[in-house]
Design a protein around this ligand. Structure first.
Ligand SMILES: C[S@@+](CC[C@H](N)C(=O)[O-])C[C@H]1O[C@@H](n2cnc3c(N)ncnc32)[C@H](O)[C@@H]1O
Length: 225
């Protein structure tokens, strides 16, 4: 599998991630989904404990998700049994387990934990299952401007690092850091509709650090049906 087993070990050690929807994801989805949301077919890549599930259920969408961590999928399905058959364990860089076509793909900081060629494979796979005009909403893809982008060890390509000795990326396997040109190349078969670079400087507690991420919305060319 492309993603590292580190995520499952981390979840077993420290428990799940946030169970609150991520605010940037809420804002971008609200901005980019217009009109009736009931029945829209949505695929989330890397749903972990399902932080974003309540948002999508409240919108009435037909929610699907793939996640590499079996314990997170079991946890999510215990809390949302109605999603049985719609949330599955698997590597989304190898295969998309559900038939399309999807109206929207959502990914908060998940695909950015893979290497460049796996990311390109996943984008090709999801694009094939998107309706024309469907949107890929990517939140918190790590930026090369992040102060941890030089830490750890170089992995399979110039943008991917692993084995971080400490900090935010300790024990999470691969981390992919992008600049604008690299994102443009990865999404060359999409239309980039929105691209935001978020940079914040943490002063305290020290030592200081810079947290830098990308939020993007890319659509599959073609008119929405
Ligand atoms: C930083 S966490 C984000 C979780 C969730 N999106 C959130 O925002 O709370 C990254 C998640 O992506 C999953 N992941 C990364 N690469 C994956 C892959 N190739 N296939 C399936 N899951 C993957 C990890 O298991 C992990 O749960």
């Amino acid at each position: 599998m492309s993603f590292s087993a580190e995520w499952e070990s981390r979840y077993l050690k420290i428990g799940g991630m946030s169970q609150w929807p991520w605010s940037d994801l809420v804002s971008l989805c609200k901005r980019h989904i217009r009109g009736e949301t009931a029945g829209l077919k949505v695929l989330e890549l890397g749903c972990a404990a399902g932080a974003n599930v309540p948002l999508f259920l409240s919108l009435g969408v037909d929610y699907h998700a793939m996640e590499g961590s079996p314990s997170m999928v079991a946890d999510l399905l215990a809390r949302f049994p109605a999603l049985r058959g719609k949330v599955t364990t698997g590597d989304f860089t190898r295969e998309i387990a559900f038939p399309g076509p999807f109206d929207m793909i959502v990914d908060r900081s998940s695909l950015t934990h893979n290497g460049a060629s796996a990311i390109a494979d996943c984008l090709r796979l999801v694009r094939a299952k998107m309706k024309p005009g469907a949107k890929y909403i990517g939140i918190d893809w790590f930026s090369l401007a992040h102060s941890d982008a030089a830490l750890g060890k170089s992995a399979e390509d110039a943008f991917t690092r692993t084995s971080f000795p400490s900090g935010l990326f300790h024990d999470v396997g691969r981390v992919h850091f992008s600049d604008r040109a690299h994102l443009t190349e990865l999404f060359r078969d999409f239309t980039m509709e929105s691209l935001e670079h978020k940079v914040s400087e943490r002063l305290l507690p020290g030592p200081g650090s810079v947290h830098a991420t990308w939020n993007l919305v890319a659509s599959k060319p073609g008119d929405a049906p």
